[in-house]
Design a protein around this ligand. Sequence first.
Ligand code: 9MR
Length: 580
Amino acid sequence: MITSRVHVNQVGYLTGGPKGATLVCAEDSPQQWQLRAATGEVLAEGDTVPRGLDPSSGSRVHTVDFSAVRTPAARVHLVADGATSPSFAIGGGLYDRLLHDALTVFTLQRSGVAIGADVAGAQYARAAGHLGMEPNLGDTQVSPLPRGAAFTNHGADLYAGWSGDYVVDGSGGWYDAGDQGKYVVNGGIAVAQLLGLVERALRAGQDAGPGTPAALALDEARWELDWMVRMQVAPGLRLAGMVHHKLHDERWTPLPTLPALDPQRRFVHRPSTAATLNLAAVAAQVARLMAVADPEYAARMLEVARTAYRAARANPVLLAPDTNVIANFGGGPYNDSEVDDEFYWAAAELYLTTGEAGYLADLRDNPYHLGGAKPAFVPQGFDWRDVAAWARMQLAVVDSPLPERDEVRVSLVGAAEHLLAHDEPFGHLYSPPDGRYAWGSNGMVANCAGIVAAASDVSGDPRLRDGALAGIDYLLGRNAMGLSYVTGHGSAYAHHQHSRWYARSLDPSLPDPPPGTLSGGPNSDVPDPVSAPLAGRPAQRCYVDDVQAFGVNEMAVNWNSALAWLVAFAASQGDGLPAA
Ligand code: 9MR
């Protein structure tokens, strides 16, 4: 496939929003651009801005700014330097379908329940996975990983003698990604973002009734949260109140493997401080959100959160190790050796929900708080491992009597200004200092734009809003690959995200990933055999749309939650024009 040299948001631009595109062009002088209707009629024209060599793409590029065009059009394209862009729309409501699709992806990831044809069509219907029925060997009665099973080949036990002689009902929740593991810390940030989407909708006075995106997000968040609660160690057992870090297969299964056909033994792994604090944070968040609608549930969740937080304080350095050092360990590590940020997040949510002095004191003592030794905001944004930025955002956007709330808000706006100052020629706000894109860079791209979006919510500054909106363009085609990283959205999009059941390229009877699935995206480390030959390429080009390229092209719940939160922000802008 030959992609155009004019990279645009292939879904389109809001009528009153920013409109930027990127032209790959070796010329140093400005080039004429034209916006043309499908008929060829020229709707607008101007000159490009040469930007020279862009290291992230390895190309010489120009930017095109056609924000001044404020006339809706169903199908237009840009022409510059003899090249024509894919077509796109200018209008309102452009993100509504994308939001619905991005959220439906979660329903399709559900474990322990049959997926009916009503969710996303017959090709996505499948049997329930991991409900204690053969050939599955989980997830209703799952044992702790046996002692000795986490031995490295140097004889070290990653779990330091931990095991247990109990069973856990680990059914339900979402499959994390293209694998069928279930990981509390990745579920945690995804739940937080879905609940955050609901909270934002309520703050903005949007309808959150049945059938709305907010209602869908809340259902999905609660589905996962119920599973996270089941991962909490029961009273009376060793490490009671702590939360098992993960539940996954003993060995990796091949592609394709449908959930209901996974024959591997599955185990829960040692509890971790990080997983425990994830549960504390999101259980506290949902308790606040549901306080009026379902006080009994809210009270139960607040108790879960308090118990988890107490347990984490009592076990503050039970760190999840890098289990990838053991070959074919059957699941991802989600290792994290620094949990001050998780403590910050849990204290923040518990404070926002209860207003209690103890949580406030913990929050203020945390090195990630204002004036502390560790920065809450970094150029990479945030992800499942580094959650301080998310915690700070919550402190800024959720109503509370926090005395330093103004300073918190100023810090968020300052972080947004820093992200905007990178001024990447592809309009995205992710700009890692070493220039190397991380595993799941597309999630980072979405979260960086999310920070700016949240800042625009607190400050009302239209420049921040426009920066956040422009930050979405990259994901939908304004990138060096000229590809929309969201299945089903745009004219050229990723089809082959790594998944054990959306593996059509391996088995034609299986479907492609569902519409709304975000690919993890370029990863400078190219850690899988298919992407490995791309080593050394410019960051944006460390990508291939291949089902086996798990290091650059997987799907995962945390990336889709980042997308959903951001797209909800964009959708809430309507056509982007100031209210009449
Ligand atoms: O998203 C995770 C990324 O930050 C890590 O660098 C990487 C390696 O540890 O793992 C990623 O998470 C994967 C997990 O380990 C297993 N399920 C699929 C996840 C997405 O690729």
